[in-house]
Design a protein around this ligand. Structure first.
Ligand code: G6P
Length: 510
């Protein structure tokens, strides 16, 4: 996801009953608040691919449904806003209920369990000689994670019963690894017998195979699977992740699992504790029309002029990432260094724009990694720059219009995560490309399942292979780059957020 945009969305409450009711639950919500100099609160649209995908998908169902979005207060300003009723609500904005979870509970659940353990397991990123280590402290963190999930389940149950007092017709869409226990907790609260309650859980991450997943303490690994299987529908971006989830359900819970491949990927069923959960693949692509329209706006065009002055007619290799450990930015820079070292014909003819935006600075591994990104970039500049050629521009300050502008101009887009649930940049780049862009893509991104035919796929650990792919991408004839990016854009546009969300609701209606 290219990152964030601004716009006011305000906190609100429930709408009149009768329509289909859709509850979304996610840790990060569609709005975040800041205190102004005079202490007043202003809201901005929240960032990230999950928020963008759900927001865009909801826009398509909102006229037919009564929607509310439950999320956590992430800052002091959010906490203040969580207790206020706004004077006005922006037309069309989704009503948001922000939960003021006690800061210590939130910190343990979000930083210590969700981001430092569950996210690491699913991305298979532990430095296993040293991490993880599950002792008494972790058990306290885990208790906080349970409380955090309980707070969400209670709020969802409350919203579900609002208005008519019945949860009939309620569709709960629960997002990601922060809320793996919430489906079961919600089902227990609302009574499993209500035929017209539908609960879905969607993982935006990969899923680890049983041998790796087993690293979790037994009771934790089982609780996560059992929690998610409280849902009627369990979704993933790619068949690989859905398959690994089914394998974990069979190996760890001993659940009864069946699976079949069809055109849309893997679809399976898990029977556990007398309840059937459907497991399905819903790839999230992009709303191509909206994205291209956004790229025509003045702020993006102005950034394109700035970047054109940086490139001065040279070819552009672009990457846009949050600085997450999974994004493999250091090996990407190493591959660029190897390209310049082994292919001197590109000296003076190419510029690498590397946008690496801040993420999760509360996690120590992230701070250390950000430092390595800066260090590697400085080394490349020191080694190759000449008085009239700067081979590398590293930007660490998030700038959405600049990210869009870079994608419109890229000759090559580098997306090389070691593991990624989907990856939206790999799809947004080709959609935005104005003159044709070759995509160098990690085979370990969920997006590789659909983009493999027209991208140049690489093993993300193989720096030399990535360097060779960058060379091949730069050297492609213009017409071939164009053909490839048109095909990639068509694939990305075929799974817009409206379809991603609509298909999940349709599955719950069945
Ligand atoms: C990553 C994960 C997503 C997750 C997001 C949360 O991008 O792949 O699945 O939802 O992080 O980010 P946050 O900044 O809210 O911790």
């Amino acid at each position: 996801m290219l990152a964030r945009g601004a716009g006011l969305v305000l906190h609100g409450t429930t709408l009149p009953a009768m329509k289909r009711r859709v509850l979304v639950a996610s840790n990060r919500g569609p709005v975040s608040y800041q205190f102004g100099p005079d202490g007043t609160l202003t809201g901005r649209r929240g960032g990230g691919g999950l928020v963008a995908g759900v927001t865009s998908g909801l826009a398509a169902v909102a006229p037919e449904a009564e929607v509310s979005w439950i999320c956590a207060a992430l800052s002091d300003a959010d906490r203040a806003a969580a207790h206020l009723r706004p004077a006005a609500e922006e037309p069309g904005a989704v009503p948001v209920r922000m939960l003021d979870i006690p800061p210590d509970i939130f910190d343990r659940a979000y930083n210590n369990v969700a981001n430092s353990i569950l996210w690491f397991v699913q991305h298979m990123l532990f430095d296993t000689p040293n991490q993880p280590r599950f002792g008494r402290e972790f058990r306290q963190d885990w208790a906080a994670y349970l409380d955090y999930n309980e707070a969400f389940a209670a709020a969802m149950a409350d919203e579900a019963a609002a208005g008519s007092g019945s949860c009939a017709g309620v569709r709960a869409l629960i997002q990601d690894y922060h809320l793996s226990l919430a489906p079961r907790l919600l089902r227990d609260k609302l009574g499993g017998g209500d035929a017209d309650l539908g609960i879905a859980h969607f993982s935006h991450t990969p899923w680890a195979p049983p041998d790796y997943y087993r690293m979790l303490p037994a009771e934790v690994g089982e609780a996560v699977l059992d929690g998610m299987l409280g849902a009627d529908h369990v979704g993933f971006h790619a068949g690989r992740w859905a398959g690994a989830f089914l394998d974990c359900c069979a190996a760890i819970l001993g659940a009864q699992v069946s699976g079949a491949r069809d055109g849309a990927g893997l679809v399976g069923r898990v029977v556990h504790r007398g309840h059937v959960s459907e497991v399905a693949v819903h790839p999230l692509g992009v709303d191509a029309g909206a994205l291209r329209a956004r790229a025509q706006e003045d702020d993006v065009r102005a950034q394109a002029e700035v970047l054109a002055a940086v490139a001065r007619g040279r070819k552009l290799i672009v990457r846009v990432d949050r600085t997450e450990l999974s994004k493999n930015i250091v090996r990407g820079l190493d591959a660029y260094r190897e390209l310049l070292a082994t292919r001197p014909e590109w000296h003076g003819r190419v510029v690498h724009l590397a946008f690496a935006y801040p993420s999760r600075s509360a996690v120590p591994e992230y701070r250390a990694y950000t430092q390595r990104v800066r260090q590697t970039a400085a080394e490349i500049t020191a080694e190759f720059a000449t008085p009239d050629w700067n081979p590398l521009v590293l930007e660490v300050k998030d700038d959405y219009p600049r990210s869009l502008a870079a994608c419109t101009m890229a000759d090559v887009l580098l997306v090389n995560p070691v593991r990624d649930g989907m990856n939206l940049v790999a799809q947004e780049g080709p959609v935005l490309s104005e003159r044709g862009c070759a995509l160098v893509l990690s085979r370990e991104a969920g997006a590789a399942a659909t983009l493999d035919g027209d991208a140049l796929l690489v093993n993300p650990y193989d720096v030399s292979e990535t360097a060779a792919a960058l060379h091949q991408a730069l050297a492609l004839p213009q017409a071939e780059r164009r053909r490839r990016s048109d095909a990639l854009a068509a694939t990305a546009a075929a799974s817009p957020p409206a379809r991603w969300l609509g298909d999940q609701l349709a599955a719950l209606d069945r």
